[in-house]
Design a protein around this ligand. Structure first.
Ligand SMILES: Nc1ncnc2c1ncn2[C@@H]1O[C@H](COP(=O)(O)OP(=O)(O)O)[C@@H](O)[C@H]1O
Ligand SMILES: [Mg+2]
Length: 311
């Protein structure tokens, strides 16, 4: 049964998408069965995984199914075939190579509009209980479809946009854990307590709504899986002083939540992204191979810790 993990931070540019791809790819290299889902209308994960040209070709020329179609079907009261939504053998592992165990649900730029439509849709039930059930239904669209395939995966990673709109709430609702990627600087760490508070309220609200409306399935809390620091600058093999100070501050604020292992800032990931492959294929990079190897090693340590932490 898959463990479902949302990658979230209200701040953009902290590495949510980069870590989603690399945790997923790293686990796929370890023979785990992985699904990753791009929930961001900016489609960065989809672009990174496929390459922009291929994405455009698949989605706009070949009418490849995306997350947009899932919500379209919800509005039209139609069912969508989960096998059409999930794409196998699309994610690139190295030049000319495709992952066999890393599947993807693609995003679409129109998700922004869908979010608004979802917010406006208010189905009135016969009584307050039914209206509450309809409210839950809106947040459980993704959960419903994933429940059909959870047995087929070991991990499902959800790359969330930096907002708490209803599509993003669909990710929270279905997740077992949320992980916060962060850069050790003031702006990307100040929001962590807000996320923590939001998730506590979210869990409380949906637990009571699910109980009250007597829906069949019991609400499962989305737990705080931890904070992973990214783009850390090292000096002498350890985080440079200002970064270490921020990391220590966050460790005191969130005891046992900060991952011991972090990802360094470097050209390996930037170079790998530019040719749409994960940094594990560092040997195939046109430059920055050494830095790529280092980042791949640090990512592997994060994955070891993730496996140990999240059972
Ligand atoms: N460890 C890293 N080293 C170098 N560049 C990175 C690293 N992590 C992320 N980046 C780059 O930073 C930018 C933002 O990362 P991204 O994963 O898209 O953030 P988010 O999804 O939080 O907006 C991207 O251009 C990405 O390639
Ligand atoms: Mg992103």
């Amino acid at each position: 049964m898959a463990l479902t993990i949302s990658m979230i931070n209200w701040k953009g540019g902290v590495g949510k998408t980069t870590l989603t791809l690399h945790l997923a790819a790293g686990l796929a290299h370890r023979n785990k069965r992985i699904l990753m889902i791009d929930l961001d209308a900016q489609c960065n994960l989809s672009f990174l995984a496929l390459g922009v040209d291929r994405y455009v070709n698949e989605v706009y020329s070949n009418n490849c199914i995306t997350l947009k179609n899932l919500f379209d079907c919800y509005f039209k009261n139609e069912t969508i075939c989960v096998d059409d939504l999930i794409h196998q053998r699309l994610v690139r592992s190295a030049p000319g190579k495709i992952f066999k165990r890393l599947d993807i649900i693609l995003s679409h730029q129109d998700l922004v509009l869908l979010d608004l439509k979802l917010a406006k849709t208010q189905k009135a039930g016969r009584d307050h209980k039914e209206t509450t059930r309809f409210e839950i239904e809106k947040i459980a669209v993704l959960h419903q479809i994933l429940s059909k395939v959870k047995e087929q995966y070991d991990y499902i990673f959800l790359d969330c946009p930096p907002n708490v709109n209803l599509v993003t709430q669909n990710a929270f609702f279905t997740s077992d854990y949320y992980i916060v990627p962060a850069i050790p600087d003031f702006l990307s760490t100040t929001g962590i307590s807000l996320i923590d508070k939001f998730m506590q309220d979210f869990n409380k609200d949906f637990k009571s709504m699910c109980e009250y409306s007597e829906i069949e399935e019991e609400y499962k809390e989305t737990r705080f899986g931890g904070i992973i620091f990214n783009m850390v600058d090292e000096y002498g093999g350890v985080p440079k002083k200002t970064h270490q100070e921020t990391i220590s501050l966050i460790e005191r604020q969130f005891p046992r939540k900060v991952f011991e292992n972090y990802l360094t800032d470097g050209d390996g990931i930037a170079t790998a992204s530019s040719i749409n492959i994960p940094v594990y294929a560092f040997a195939d990079l046109p430059r920055a191979n050494q830095n790529g190897e280092k980042q791949a090693e640090y990512l592997n340590r994060i994955i070891d810790e993730l496996i140990a932490k999240i059972i």
